[in-house]
Write a protein that binds this ligand. Structure first.
Ligand code: AP5
Length: 195
């Protein structure tokens, strides 16, 4: 799930993981749980998150490796808010190769910044102040937007128009994912037929 802060990644990832019964790994949620539990990692991450900066690639990659190794990915998995830098994206490619996993879609949520500002100012999370939202958007432009090209080049980028009714957006995503799943199943069936 790729997109600017407030573009709807968290909202739609809930709907996707519920419908397809797949494991969801959301780096923002994992970091907020560390902060709430007062762990050393949480203490380190708290100020960074409240400033709208990115937590270090090392910390994030460690969290992702742990979840991909331990969580049940047999039915598929969904990554929300990760990768967020090109370095994370390249490291993810290597990690997936090691675990014999692959990505079938990178969903990019296209939402204009005026709408994002309205949504986040209405939410009251601690990093949702006007100044921090502006900074998160700058960080997104500089560090995360290049990740979109990475998946465009891999041929798996799907752009989702992220404004409008939440359920209608979910329905549009399900059409895209159903098609991808059908293709995967067809490829598996033909491989089994050949074997
Ligand atoms: P993270 O938790 O990932 O936050 P974010 O990317 O800033 O995204 P948000 O949760 O704000 O928005 P969203 O796109 O999920 O939208 P949502 O569905 O919530 O990361 C937080 C921080 O953790 C980062 O700043 C960074 O410090 C750190 N971090 C996390 N991952 C990292 C990584 N990989 N590397 C380094 N650091 C990392 O929706 C937003 C609001 O809009 C909600 O109120 C929702 O109800 C509403 N809404 C959703 N859809 C609609 C709609 N269609 N119409 C109207 N309202 C809507």
């Amino acid at each position: 799930m790729l997109g600017a802060p407030g573009s709807g990644k968290g909202t739609q990832s809930e709907a996707i993981s519920e419908r397809y019964q797949i494991t969801k790994v959301a780096t923002g949620d994992l970091l907020r749980a560390e902060v709430a539990n007062g762990t050393p990692l949480g203490l380190q991450a708290k100020a960074i998150m409240e400033a709208g900066e990115l937590v270090s690639d090392e910390i994030i990659l460690g969290m992702i490796a742990e979840h991909l190794a331990e969580d049940d990915t047999s039915n598929g998995f969904l990554l929300d808010g990760f990768p967020r830098t090109l370095r994370q994206a390249v490291a993810l490619d290597a990690m997936l190769h090691k675990f014999h996993l692959s990505l079938h879609a990178a969903l990019f949520f296209d939402v204009d910044y005026g709408e994002i500002m309205k949504r986040l100012l209405a939410r009251h999370r601690s990093d949702d102040t006007e100044q921090t939202i502006r900074h998160r958007l700058e960080v997104y432009e500089a560090q995360t937007a290049p990740v979109i090209d990475h998946y465009q080049q891999q041929g798996i980028l799907c752009t989702v128009q992220g404004t409008g009714d939440i359920n209608e957006i979910s329905s549009r995503i399900f059409v895209v994912l159903d098609e991808i799943l059908a293709n995967i199943n067809r490829a598996l069936a033909s491989r089994q037929g050949r074997g």
